[in-house]
Design a binder for this molecule. Structure first.
Ligand SMILES: [Zn+2]
Length: 418
């Protein structure tokens, strides 16, 4: 994705930062500069800022450690890991979905929050302030903190924030870590991944709605144990609930789509006679004779009936108009060995996953070197529209989840993004 900055590799795992994270870095540093300033009025502004900035960077490292734990355990369990992206509110490990067993899912998930909690305890322990001292009245705690040097001050912020990160992620609402742990347990009991996902998603939605309602009643003055009361805290709780609810609903919709596609073969929904082109055509011939004549955005390229590549509108756009006469299709196409393809016996739900995960719009259906069909997003959308009414009766959720599953429905991109 274009919004991510690559920062390097750790243990061979690609690490990226989303731009939004830089915004959070500024915000956290700003807030902490003020917080440390109120705790230590005698500190210079540079001292406040440097302590705050270091705390923010270490917080970033903590989130990264949480995600690395997921990724490394995934790799140890034989589940491929593409990389880690750090976002606005944390990180996402691109781990191929659906680990092969409940135990794998349990282990891959639990190590994240466990890392956060261990880090939290570690930071508090090395700060040199005993746990029992912290367990005093709030005024006393800030009395203690106000006498601390920058490093222990920073550690006393970082420790609890890591504990919070670990505990928040263990809320049993899918797709949070806690929800995945719950799902792995339900999965091992029911031996049915879909049923387990559905139940975990329902639990997630229930908890999310309780948080939303709890937050609203806090706004109106009710006192909720642990969360307190008041406008700001109430709005926060509602906001987190709203966020959890949409995450749970989305994961449920993915299951609905998978359900409809279950047992359906690629052959059942593919286009049998896709328009193809010859690689020796010039780009201008491709445009005049094919692109402008048909409703298609992508054309399989054949040479003597063998599939050699795929050319799309996007590829054409990359060529300067004055060169259209001279450039040949097989110079701009995506070659065969870089194409994501399917076979006609493959499960449609697997094809759907390939389309979503690889960010492509269409999949050539191949039998050896020959193309026997073409499966585009449109075919799957059409199939879902026909079958959703009878199976689920919920068109809205289908189109919503299709849009999310296919993040680039407007763009013509074929090649993998990033
Ligand atoms: Zn996690």
């Amino acid at each position: 994705m274009g919004n991510n900055i690559r920062i390097g590799k750790i243990f061979g795992i690609k690490i990226k930062i989303n731009w939004s994270w830089l915004f959070i870095l500024v915000l956290v540093t700003w807030n902490l500069t003020n917080l440390f300033g109120s705790l230590h009025p005698e500190w210079t502004i540079q001292k406040r800022f440097l302590t705050a900035f270091s705390a923010a960077i270490l917080f970033f490292a903590s989130v990264l450690a949480h995600e690395l734990a997921h990724s490394l355990m995934a790799r140890a369990r034989g589940v491929p890991v593409q990389g880690i992206t750090l976002f606005l509110f944390g990180g996402v490990s691109s781990i191929q979905r659906h680990p092969d067993s409940p135990l794998s899912e349990f282990l891959i998930t639990i190590v994240g929050p466990a890392t956060s909690i261990i880090l939290g305890i570690f930071f508090i322990a090395v700060s040199g302030v005993g746990f029992q001292e912290l367990d005093l009245q709030v005024e006393n705690a800030s009395d203690i903190i106000s006498q601390l040097k920058p490093l222990p001050t920073l550690l006393l912020w970082l420790g609890p924030i890591n504990l919070l990160l670990g505990v928040f992620n263990m809320i049993p609402g899918f797709p949070l870590d806690g929800g995945r742990v719950l799902r792995s347990i339900l999965w091992s009991i029911t031996e049915d991944l879909r049923k387990a996902t559905r139940w975990a998603s329902w639990v997630g939605q229930t908890i999310a709605w309780l948080m939303i309602m709890g937050g609203i009643s806090m706004v109106f003055g009710a006192k909720i144990p642990f969360f307190g009361s008041g406008l700001i805290d109430g709005l926060w709780l509602s906001f987190i609930g709203w966020f959890l609810n949409s995450a749970a609903v989305q994961s449920y919709q993915e299951i609905v789509v998978q359900d409809i596609l279950e047992g359906v073969k690629v052959e059942d929904m593919m286009r049998v006679d896709p328009p193809t082109v010859n690689g020796k055509l010039s780009v201008s011939e491709l445009v005049d004779k094919h692109i402008m004549q048909k409703d298609d955005h992508a054309f399989p390229v054949l040479e003597e009936n063998h599939l050699v590549g795929l050319v799309t509108l996007e590829d054409v756009r990359g060529v300067n108009k004055e060169n259209w006469e001279d450039v040949l299709v097989n110079e701009i196409m995506t070659p065969r060995d870089e194409l994501v393809t399917v076979t006609k016996d493959e499960d449609a739900s697997d094809a759907f996953t390939k389309l979503s995960r690889k960010s492509v719009r269409q999949l050539p259906v191949c039998e050896g070197d020959e193309i026997v069909g073409f499966l585009r997003r449109e075919e799957i959308v059409k199939w879902l529209k026909i079958h959703a009414n009878s199976v689920m009766g919920n068109m809205m959720s289908i189109s919503a989840s299709m849009n999310r599953g296919f993040p680039d429905l407007e763009g013509e991109q074929y090649k993998e993004r990033n």
